[in-house]
Write a protein that binds this ligand. Sequence first.
Ligand SMILES: [Zn+2]
Length: 439
Amino acid sequence: MSPARPDPRHAGRTGDPVELTRALVRVPSVNPQLSPDGTGEAEAIGLCADWLTDWGFQTEVLKTEPGRPSLVARIGDGAPRTLLCGHLDTVGTEGMEVDPFDPVIRDGRIFGRGSCDMKSGVAAILAVGRAIARKPDGFPGTLIIALTSDEEHASIGLLDLLEHGLTADRAVVTEPTSLALCPANRGFVWANLTFRGRAAHGSLPELGRDAIRSAGYVLAALDGYEAEMRRRASHPLLGGGSIHAGTIQGGTTPSIYPAECTLVLEARTLPGEGPDLVTAAVRRMVERAGERDPDQDVTVQTGLSRPGAEIAADHPLVQSLSRACRDEGLEPRLAGMSAWVESAFLIEAGIPALCFGPGALEDAHTSTESVSIEEIRQATRILERWVRSAGSAESTGPADATGPADATGSAESTGSAESVGSVEASEADPELPSRQGDG
Ligand SMILES: [Zn+2]
């Protein structure tokens, strides 16, 4: 256990994003749905609520489920309404090689669970909130801060906030993007396959039917299906979709023909590829596999899904945040978010949103999770400048982000698209003339 915790009120008084990050890392907020000993977000949300209230925000805590609150805080009033949003739950701490809740600083980085995903992003939001509250000079409109629970599982927090009427004219979710602007994210769809065979003694092949072997024909077909997915659709920032076998279960003992095998496939999808489309495509693949497996007896059901979503790469929100980056000396980069993120729910609710925050997705959820201090400070400066720009013409333009973005012409990736959480990287300048990425 860590030594006595420093008083978090000190971090609140400094309003320094690095101190706020460390104070938040010291408060365990492991999602109890992911880890049986996870304590949930209540203490972390309570701490943020105290800070925000002290700074002059009107703060409301929603108790979505026992021990799983979320909060929304407001300052200012009228339009435009700017939303900064982040989650306070983290994944578990099993196997961590650094003390998860003692945020040591080494080599210009803060270590600990949630340091990258995404307590540093939340700290940047809080620091911006405090700066605006202390010095509102000329800040027009409303600043809304939403801090959520359960993003790492089922997003009960954000869904609850949206149900209670959370809305805004523009939003940034400060997930770790290495300070790239991510206006598009991939979604996912689970397909649950149940293969039925016939149980029989392992020595009696004429009586038995092997459900696991049936599943094997479908597994063998995944390569072809994925190649087709990639050929069919390519997104300038996200590239193509993908599919993999997530879990498989079947059989009771080696000497009995397995009567059942269940297989869960996960497809990672592009914006616009909903669960119906994926399930229909999986059914076609299963049918084709069945041509080589005459005994096939299978049902395919749609499981959990989350939408891919995007705003146009030249949306006023992208432009205004790009300008804030440039004004703070950072050349803006556009990227696709390979993972599903809560900005997708905001976009679905009609709130133009993108992800932009400190930390690299590659460091999230790892045994040595950490975040660059310089990135925390840069993100805070850029976001404060962007929030203060709320009155400029560009950022009050029509907020039409619900339709599909122009996926072919307006993402100015120069060369191959960057994807946060994957391998390729490139520069992109939203103010250059349109050029289509290679995908
Ligand atoms: Zn996250």
